[in-house]
Write a protein that binds this ligand. Structure first.
Ligand code: PSU
Ligand code: MN
Length: 307
């Protein structure tokens, strides 16, 4: 019989056994979010950023039907370079496993696997959310509902600016997902420092985020996710005029080409990367590296709290 448990990379298994800090990383940004050949180099740099801040990276994905927490370099290379890697949300995990697929996990799927594996902190770029035409298309990322029921702290630069940010924040409130700004009370706008929306709460240090995680676990009143929204400094953001122009073009192309469903996010990100001649790619990479660093420092603080 086939075994459908989660397989752990050796270093991740050891870290979890001994209580060392671990940070989960997603693989959809590697396979579908970043263009080749930069994607593999960036995937390795993200892992290095986690290590540099004192934690063990656990990049999550599916190899030949097997869920892996802590992909090794050959597995990471496979997801970054092989054609036909599936984009896996939570609903796809069991189905893909039973068919022996290779797959990259989204924020939703990575959160679900990380929580099941006993990993409490996760770093990504920007979350999925409510799409701009959602009133007609009902296109809302499964990232939101999954964070409602998954006890994970996810460090991100808000939600991708291609989305309806206001509607996404409303849905996060309805779904009971905690949102705190990292040293800010403004919700970041992914490529942009500020999305224009206020937040009720902020955290001032990795230790304070670790306190929030501990309070959630001790109170046992809330079993869902905590979004730690970490903005780019203004001098590192994408030029706002270029951003708005590129987004308007991208949305027009989306409508022209009739792109829908899970292809929407990769399509718009690819448009940004080509239309800005790599400027958005550089910003996207900075976002992820900064989030990996902060997530690792939160994981370190959480591990110290436990000892
Ligand atoms: N953030 C990025 N690049 C990405 C994504 C997020 O900087 O490629 C991916 C994440 O995996 C996220 C997914 O979960 O996009 C959302 O896709 P959808 O809108 O189809 O749920
Ligand atoms: Mn969608």
């Amino acid at each position: 019989m086939t075994d459908f448990h989660i397989r752990f990379g050796a270093e991740v298994a050891e870290a979890l056994r001994t209580g060392r800090p671990v940070v989960a990383l997603e693989s959809t940004i590697v396979s579908h979010g970043l263009p080749r050949p930069d994607n593999l180099r960036v995937a390795r740099e993200i892992e290095q950023a986690v290590r540099d801040a004192g934690a063990v990276p656990a990049t999550i994905g599916m190899i030949g039907g097997e869920l892996v927490a802590g992909l090794d370099d050959a597995q990471l290379t496979r997801l970054a370079t092989v054609d036909g890697v599936a984009k896996l949300s939570v609903r796809d995990l069991a189905v893909a496993a039973a068919t022996g697929a290779d797959g990259a996990t989204t924020v939703a799927a990575t959160s679900a696997v990380a929580a099941a594996a006993g990993i409490g902190v996760f770093a990504t770029g920007g979350l999925g959310g409510v799409h701009r035409e959602a009133a007609q298309t009902f296109d809302e990322s499964a990232d939101l509902i999954t964070l409602a029921r998954t006890p994970i702290a996810v460090v991100c630069a808000g939600v991708k600016s291609i989305l309806d940010v206001g509607a996404t924040l409303e849905r996060l409130e309805t779904l009971g997902v905690s949102v705190v700004g990292y040293r800010t009370r403004r919700f970041p706008g992914f490529y942009l420092t500020d999305s224009g929306f206020d937040l009720d709460w902020s955290a001032e240090s990795p230790e304070q985020v670790a306190d929030m995680i501990a309070a959630r676990d001790q109170q046992a009143t809330h079993h869902g996710g905590l979004i730690v929204a970490n903005p780019l400094p203004t001098d590192e953001q994408l030029d706002p005029d270029l951003h708005d122009r590129t987004l308007a073009e991208g949305l027009a192309l989306l409508a022209r080409d009739g792109v829908t469903g899970k292809a929407v996010t990769p399509f718009l990100l690819a448009h940004f990367h080509s239309a800005t001649e790599g400027a958005s790619l550089a910003v996207n990479i900075r976002i992820i590296l900064r989030n990996a660093d902060l997530a690792a420092r939160i994981a370190v603080a959480a591990a110290q709290r436990r000892t």
